[in-house]
Design a protein around this ligand. Structure first.
Ligand SMILES: Nc1ncnc2c1ncn2[C@@H]1O[C@H](COP(=O)(O)OP(=O)(O)O)[C@@H](O)[C@H]1O
Ligand SMILES: [Mg+2]
Length: 325
């Protein structure tokens, strides 16, 4: 397991709080304007025809709102929802049972749909084809699938979605709006500057913005009068060691290791992993995506290298920890 506080994947203990913070209706869902516009039209049209909504594929990195959108779709349609995680389905019978239990026009939400077992996926095909005719299942239904990359899906499955929506990383202003909204729900006061500061460090990801907000709220409660002022936010972010770019101590350690110990690279993944005392998978899945996105590191055939930008961020001397404020 990663020790990273800012890993965008949902943590076990986070499930409940996410429920409370989740937008319920389309107009509460911040940003992703194109997606909302297209979805709103499709929802209205399906409602007007009294048909099930066409199958929807939601694509994007963790924490950007895929699960939220699936529940919004069901809310807007006023139907029931069945949620399953792709890897959790083991036998063909599991899927058959789920399909027969669906009510008219229900939503079937399959998270991590790329991890669905192939034999189970095949059970779905005829049901998906005839979703309007409701011959196979007996009920018309809408499949909402969520995945991180469309390339992970088989072509026959991908072809059966009538709509594909790609979620993009959020702008700081949108994240600030989300932070304000969450603060209202959590019943904590926050000034604009503080919300913007949290937004800037949240890696474009609402889940991370909410996570930082909750930790900042703790600091505000325990050490101060409860309200999140600019000073309280700055103090909390320093305590959490989240810097201006949204990096944590472990991210900076990785950059410094490549820059110092490996003289800028290239260094192979497994060598780097040993040096940091981490699993190679953790480095690849948790640390690297954001560092790559920032252009702080590069992946080359011979290994990882640090870029000029990356060097500039951590400074050139290996153990120099930059002042955060
Ligand atoms: N567009 C948005 N507007 C407001 N809050 C959002 C938005 N997208 C995500 N969130 C917040 O982030 C959390 C994580 O979103 P989620 O839908 O679970 O992401 P995913 O399923 O893509 O990993 C939600 O609980 C919600 O509070
Ligand atoms: Mg999700």
């Amino acid at each position: 397991m990663s020790t990273q506080f800012l890993a965008p994947v949902i943590a076990e203990e986070e499930q409940e709080i996410e429920q409370t913070l989740r937008p319920r209706r389309l107009d509460e869902f911040v940003g992703q304007e194109r997606v909302k516009e297209q979805l709103a039209i499709a929802l209205t049209a399906a409602q007007a025809r009294g048909e099930a909504l066409d199958h929807v594929l939601l694509v994007g990195p963790p924490g950007l709102g895929k699960t939220s959108l699936a529940f919004i779709i069901r809310e807007e349609l006023g139907v029931g929802i069945r949620t399953v995680a792709g890897p959790a389905l083991e036998r063909k019978g599991d899927m058959a049972a789920i399909l027969t239990a669906l009510d008219q026009r229900d939503v079937l939400f399959v998270d991590e749909i790329h991890r669905l077992n192939r034999a189970i996926e095949e059970i779905l095909y005829p049901a998906l084809e005839d979703f309007r005719l409701d011959i196979v299942v007996g009920q018309a239904f809408t499949l909402v699938g969520a995945t991180t990359r469309t390339g992970l899906l088989t072509t026959p499955l991908r072809d059966r979605f009538g709509m594909t929506f790609r979620l993009e990383y959020y702008e700081p202003a949108e994240l600030a709006t989300i932070v304000h909204r969450s603060a209202r729900i959590l019943d904590v006061e926050i000034v604009d500057d503080a919300a913007e500061e949290i937004a800037r460090r949240s890696r474009g990801t609402p889940r991370i913005a909410n996570r930082i907000l909750r930790r900042v709220r703790d600091v505000a409660q325990v050490r101060h009068q409860g309200a999140i002022t600019t000073a309280v936010a700055a103090e909390a972010l320093e305590l959490l060691e989240v810097d201006q770019a949204g990096l944590e101590r472990t991210d900076r350690e990785l950059l410094r290791t490549i820059a110092g110990k490996f003289e800028g690279g290239p260094v192979g993944l497994s060598t780097l992993a040993v040096s940091l005392g981490e699993e190679p998978d953790t480095i690849e899945d948790v640390y690297e995506p954001f560092l790559l996105q920032l252009g702080f590191i590069q992946r080359t055939p011979r290994g990882r290298t640090i870029t000029k930008l990356g060097r500039a961020h951590v400074g050139t001397t290996p153990d120099h920890e930059p002042k955060l404020f």
